[in-house]
Design a protein around this ligand. Structure first.
Ligand SMILES: [Zn+2]
Ligand SMILES: [Zn+2]
Length: 243
């Protein structure tokens, strides 16, 4: 299984990532990727870029080193109402919106049941992708969330970085993938790279998906064409990538 896009990546605009946008795009070309989405952390987390980072994407070319670029955000989920840390006026301009729980900015307690949070995230019209959902610290009713994501055509992320830096998530990631297979919920498979050599590196995630016989038709970022079509329909925009 070869995933030809990576739609969750960080540049050194997030201070705990270490490569420039150009380095990431160059690495993507070397790996044979067709498209990368730059999705730095939204402003409320301590390592995030200033909000202006998200307001001047027009300065960037749409194709760098022959690889198409989309620009978005990894927004922080702040509470169970799924408030996000970006004003709607900016959020609505993002080409890709991932919403993730990061402990420093999520106000709800660890443990307990976080189903309501994820259901509310799914209902947020701006969110495209539920980011690295597999944390054992924030359990939720997997069936209920995966079913709702299917209804609302939202992608659940299978995050390769979790297999490396969050090993406690692996078993839950597998359960989530099995539920996505069962309910035919769309997924995206991403690196969540914080350094250029990780761009497009999703081998742990694809290994697990292959093991469980996960259908490629549900992987919305398998090719650039498929991902652009998926996002264009949701945002009612035409994406042009002329050099
Ligand atoms: Zn994250
Ligand atoms: Zn991330």
């Amino acid at each position: 299984m070869k995933i030809l896009t990576d739609v969750h990546t960080h540049t050194n605009a997030s201070s705990h990532a270490y490569s420039t946008l150009y380095e990431n795009m160059y690495a993507a070309k070397k790996r044979g990727l067709e498209l990368v989405a730059m999705t730095n952390h939204a402003p409320s987390i301590i390592d995030a870029p200033h909000i202006w980072h998200f307001m001047y994407f027009k300065a960037l070319p749409r194709v760098i080193e022959g690889v198409r670029l989309m620009c978005g955000v990894e927004a922080n989920i702040l509470d169970k109402n799924a408030s996000l840390d970006m004003p709607e006026s900016v959020l609505s301009d993002m080409e890709v919106v991932i919403a993730s729980i990061h402990p420093p900015t999520y106000k709800e307690e660890r443990g307990g049941d976080h189903t309501e949070t994820w259901l509310n995230v799914i209902d947020n019209e701006y969110v495209d992708i539920l980011g690295h959902t597999g944390s054992p610290d924030y359990p939720f009713d997997i069936d209920a969330v995966v079913r709702r994501a299917k209804e609302k055509n939202k992608c659940i992320e299978i995050n390769n970085h979790s297999f490396i830096s969050r090993p406690q998530n692996i078993e839950i990631c597998r359960e989530i993938a099995l539920a996505c297979k069962k309910y035919e919920t769309p997924v995206v498979v991403n690196s969540d790279a914080h350094f250029m050599d990780r761009i497009g590196e999703v081998s742990k995630a694809t290994e697990m998906l292959e093991e469980i016989g996960f259908p490629q038709k549900l992987i919305m970022n398998l090719t650039a064409e498929r991902f652009i079509e998926y996002i264009s329909k949701k945002k009612d925009r035409v994406f042009k990538f002329d050099e």
